[in-house]
Design a protein. Structure first.
Length: 338
């Protein structure tokens, strides 16, 4: 019997065992002498097993235009997705409308905006300085001034309902409320006169714009900035109205003082299970064509019953057939209330 191969393998095994023993001894000596864990470590950080997903990831488009100008807004608008404007999930304002105290200083987002936009030093209703009582605010749409907080409303420039139907319907509630209380970007929330805010409602730019050219331009740019920041879509009519307005603004050199606040995308991250998968929800939309029974606005023909919470249009004429009962009081005006 030839024992040479066996002895060779035995010798190799002894070498490996001695090597491992040497490493173990060195580790123990390192711990005893220096209190240092000599165990080799990896430079790779541990992986979080929780699956995450980002809603509609998009990079900030490269542009040479100055932030806040009409040209800059046109560049941003070109990146926005075109949507139908009818969400597969009913709109519920309670999912969004909760003024958060994002920095835990007792001042909710409403009062943060009142403080930030007052042209004079504000006064508070109590010594804790949690709630604003007075200041001086100028409505960005009408120029109307207000001196009491009770006279002012906080306008979601892109309304909560419009955001919902533009893509926010798929967000988890925490992200919806972050949008509703976004004080990090000055375009999202604005101090407005109550009557003006009510007139604007949740109408998109193809249905409502401020009166003056300066205000219209600032409004169109702010609208696009918000849609881009929160990665929301626009309808075809909305895009056309904004394109036309921005062309006019660019020709006129408006706005005269563009808001050049640095632009960043909102963080819209959530666990994968929290994001609604549109593919699993039947839209019930039979065609992209406008429903001919509502000629005053473009409401996509739908195979399911719609109500005012399902569309962005407000205060539009209703004549003849009204299969969705948008004109509930039969006064010829559809969806009068937000």
């Amino acid at each position: 019997m030839n024992l040479t191969p066996f002895l060779s393998r035995f010798a190799n095994a002894r070498v490996v065992a001695l090597g491992l023993l040497t490493v173990l001894v060195l580790v123990l000596i390192g711990k005893l002498l220096f209190g240092v864990d000599a165990t080799p470590t990896s430079a790779v950080a541990p992986v979080d097993p929780t699956p995450t997903s980002t809603v509609s990831p998009r990079n900030v488009p490269s542009t040479t235009a100055e932030i806040g100008t009409a040209s800059w807004a046109q560049d941003q608008l070109s990146t926005l997705l075109t949507v139908q404007g009818i969400s597969p999930v009913p709109y519920d304002r309670d999912d969004y409308d909760n003024w958060l105290d994002v920095d835990d200083d007792c001042q909710s987002a409403r009062h943060e905006v009142l403080i930030a936009e007052s042209t004079t030093q504000v006064t508070f209703s109590g010594p804790d300085e949690c709630k604003v009582e007075s200041g001086l605010w100028v409505d960005p749409y009408s120029g109307q001034t207000m001196s009491l907080a009770s006279e002012a409303s906080i306008d979601h420039v892109v309304s909560l309902a419009n955001a919902h139907h533009s893509g926010a319907w798929q967000w988890p509630q925490a992200v919806k409320q972050a949008f509703g209380s976004d004080v990090d970007d000055p375009a999202v929330l604005a101090v407005s006169a109550t009557a003006v805010n009510s007139s604007k409602g949740s109408a998109p730019p193809d249905e409502w714009m401020p009166q003056t050219a300066e205000a219209r331009c600032a409004y169109a740019i702010a609208w696009i900035r918000i849609k881009a920041r929160w990665q929301l879509g626009v309808t075809g009519l909305e895009r056309s109205a904004l394109d036309e307005e921005l062309d006019t603004c660019a020709d006129a050199g408006l706005p005269t003082s563009p808001d050049s606040t640095p632009f960043t995308l909102a963080e819209i991250e959530a666990t994968a299970g929290d994001i609604i998968d549109a593919a699993k929800i039947p839209l019930g939309v039979a065609t992209d064509d406008c429903d001919p029974r509502y000629p005053a606005v473009c409401i996509q023909t739908s195979t399911r019953d719609l109500d005012c919470a399902d569309i962005t249009h407000r205060r539009f004429p209703v004549q003849g057939a009204d299969p969705h009962n948008f004109d509930g009081d039969d006064n010829g005006i559809g969806c009068e209330n937000d």
